[in-house]
Design a protein around this ligand. Structure first.
Ligand SMILES: [Zn+2]
Length: 406
């Protein structure tokens, strides 16, 4: 079986169905495309002979392959059905280019060129076949490369009748907008001993540390008055918001932090003369520091209430996800098995703390240890996202090795 051909064919079928998530929609899934893609996956899982294939009302697809080898752990794989909305086209038109070096013309008609000078990471892939978008959208390797990987692994295991333990599969919607799918995934249908997501970038990447993440919404109600009689009367909610924002350290923001530093990020405001709604993200790898950041929100609001006693100021904090490492011992078997798989394939592990979250952040908090490994792609969430086929194939070999050693 030609693995690269199998992976590419899978990938092209899955990217042909547009499945961007939509943060403005409050019901799951947030787009019809995710349901349609889930239906296609159900059909393919059925054709492969998997059991307990199910698509629920939230769009979560689950399936089960009973083991044929005793003594193995039950392993799970999870990928997300949505692609991110970064204001590019929801339609994805991938192209396979044999890369011989230099800049890559993604779209001659619209003059979209990927400059080598801006993307020196291309240098490592000279002479290889690479999947690119047509420059008008992301490529969608995040996370359809994972889906293609998981389905290719199942195809190989089933058609070659390879030995394996129980395998649980989950395809969940709306990861990109707060891991909404993995939060509602029915764990009676997905009950492996441990699981993996395949949701990071370049060859060798391993992630078992993510942010702890919360979203804060502040509501500020001021007092309106006609300017002719506003003196000592009017309370401008915009200026109250301004004072509130000023209490947060300007160095602890996404643009001033890296590696394992946390931040506050004010990233939304809607206001008029009476009301102001303000949005902020809290992120920190460290659980204690995350709690301190949460506590500071209360302190800041108390201070602003004192400064503006006639304004009504309230806030809510939503817990979005937590660090996988809060719930996982670094020496845990699923992580050791992942390193062993990379090692046996001669792939150098590049472990890093992800300044974001994965479905594994949610699943680990729900009791299923779920580390994350590479798709093989670069530049997630960008029109310059690309996926070299040799790396894509390596990621599949990792999946096969994890199944073989479960
Ligand atoms: Zn992803």
């Amino acid at each position: 079986m030609d693995y690269q051909q199998l992976l590419t064919a899978n990938f092209l079928r899955y990217t042909a169905i547009a499945s961007q998530s939509d943060a403005a929609i409050t019901t799951l899934p947030t787009s019809q495309g995710q349901l349609k893609l889930g239906q296609l996956l159900c059909d393919e899982l059925k054709a492969l002979g998997l059991c307990a294939i199910h698509q629920d009302e939230n769009g979560c697809v689950t399936a089960f392959l009973p083991g044929n080898r005793s003594g193995a752990a039950a392993i799970g794989f999870c990928s997300h059905l949505d692609t991110v909305d970064v204001s590019l086209s929801p339609e994805i038109k991938p192209q396979l280019i044999h890369y011989t070096g230099g800049d890559v013309v993604l779209n001659a008609k619209q003059n979209i060129v990927m400059q080598l000078a801006e993307h020196p990471e291309l240098n490592a892939y000279q002479g290889m076949d690479i999947l690119f978008s047509d420059g008008t959208s992301v490529l969608g390797a995040d996370n359809k490369a994972a889906m293609a990987n998981i389905m290719a692994a199942l195809t190989i295991v089933v058609t070659e009748n390879r030995p394996h333990g129980d395998i649980y599969i989950a395809f969940v919607p709306d990861e990109e907008i707060g891991l909404r799918g993995s939060k509602v995934l029915d764990l009676k249908r997905f009950k492996p001993d441990y699981a993996y997501t395949i949701d990071s970038c370049a060859l060798g990447e391993v992630v078992y540390e993510t942010f702890n993440a919360g979203s804060v919404t502040y509501h500020i109600q001021g007092v309106t008055a006609h300017p002719m009689s506003a003196k000592d009367q009017l309370v401008n909610p915009l200026l109250v918001a301004h004072d509130l924002i000023a209490l947060f350290d300007r160095q602890q923001t996404p643009e001033h932090t890296a590696l394992k530093e946390g931040y506050w990020w004010f990233n939304g405001i809607q206001a008029d003369a009476l009301n102001c709604t303000l949005q902020m993200h809290i992120r920190d790898f460290d659980k204690v520091n995350y709690q301190k950041r949460r506590d500071f929100v209360a302190t800041a609001v108390a201070q602003i209430r004192k400064l503006h006693p006639r304004a009504l100021i309230d806030y809510t904090i939503e817990e979005v996800y937590e660090n996988i490492a809060n719930n996982v011992d670094v020496n845990a078997a699923p992580i050791a098995k992942l390193y062993a798989a990379l090692d046996s394939l001669g792939i150098e592990a590049k472990t890093y703390a992800m300044r974001g979250g994965t479905d594994g952040s949610c699943l680990s908090a729900r009791g299923i240890i779920t580390p994350n490994y590479f798709t093989g792609a670069h530049n997630f969430h960008s029109r310059y996202e690309f996926l070299p086929l040799p790396s894509f194939e390596k990621a599949l070999q990792v999946t096969l090795q994890l199944i073989a050693t479960a």
